[in-house]
Write a protein that binds this ligand. Sequence first.
Ligand code: NAP
Length: 286
Amino acid sequence: MKVLISGASGQLAKSFIYELNKRKIEFIAPSKEDFDITSYYKINKFIAPFRPDVIINCASYNDVELAEKNTTQAIDINYKGVKNLVQISQLYNIKLVHFSTDYVFDGMKHSPYVETDSPNPLNLYGKSKLAGENEVMIYSNSLVFRHGWVIGYGKNSFLYKFTKWIQDESVVKVPNDEISVPTFTFDIVKYVLIALDKKLTGLYHLTNSGKASRYELADKYAKLMGFTNEIIPAPMATFKTIVKRPLVIVMSNQKISEALGVSIPNWEDSLKIYCNAIRSNPDLRF
Ligand SMILES: NC(=O)c1ccc[n+]([C@@H]2O[C@H](COP(=O)([O-])OP(=O)(O)OC[C@H]3O[C@@H](n4cnc5c(N)ncnc54)[C@H](OP(=O)(O)O)[C@@H]3O)[C@@H](O)[C@H]2O)c1
């Protein structure tokens, strides 16, 4: 299997690169400058000679706040760029793996969201990601995975940012009414690679099991890492934001678990693995 990974410096891409290296799977992971998904010309320059069997699209515009202002950029990356990848995958018959978000939903459902639930994004980020996944779904040789909070290694991770906050402040406020499923990149990679082996296609919710508030995640992480700062639970309404956000979104991972015949670990178990990894290899933090 030959793989091309886009968005190479992002947190999910980093975990794919690590795992593909470990498994000695042939891949290329060009930089954003070289493989800008908004440029059909640039992506063709890589795809035509390399001819991957699979494109794993980790490129995305993920700044939910800024997307409200940088509308064109968010749509260019999350919709038009994705459309370019669909067109080129169709042309060369390449399998396309794409990632989306629980923000395609409005959070009004009182039980876990399943793949057949109707999306209703509340903000520009969610709308642009929905438009992108709809494009991918037109192409039959594709896989779309929706996640909750993606937690990986490097500066884009919420836990990296949280670590910075608690290094600067002794008391940190974290929302306790924003609830989702923390989902670790090493788990995403593991199950995506099994899905590719099994030649799965279609739309799946891929999250760790369980659910957590942002506060619970931060508090558990701080305790595991031995930080002694005071972490204060606070309602989301007390934070400055220009974006309408769904407060509670939990997705069910039942469809993907059954399709792969696996039991996906609870986020707390994966958090322990994550903390052990960054404790034993501090380079992973950056
Ligand atoms: N992070 C979350 O909590 C979360 C939640 C739900 C779903 N997801 C989804 O999971 C997937 C992976 O997310 P992630 O957290 O790994 O994202 P990430 O760390 O923000 O990585 C996205 C990467 O895409 C790059 N990129 C931006 N524009 C590009 C372009 N035009 N061409 C090529 N690359 C471009 C970014 O580069 P720059 O940083 O230099 O712009 C960044 O390296 C995304 O589809 C995301 O929507 C993430």
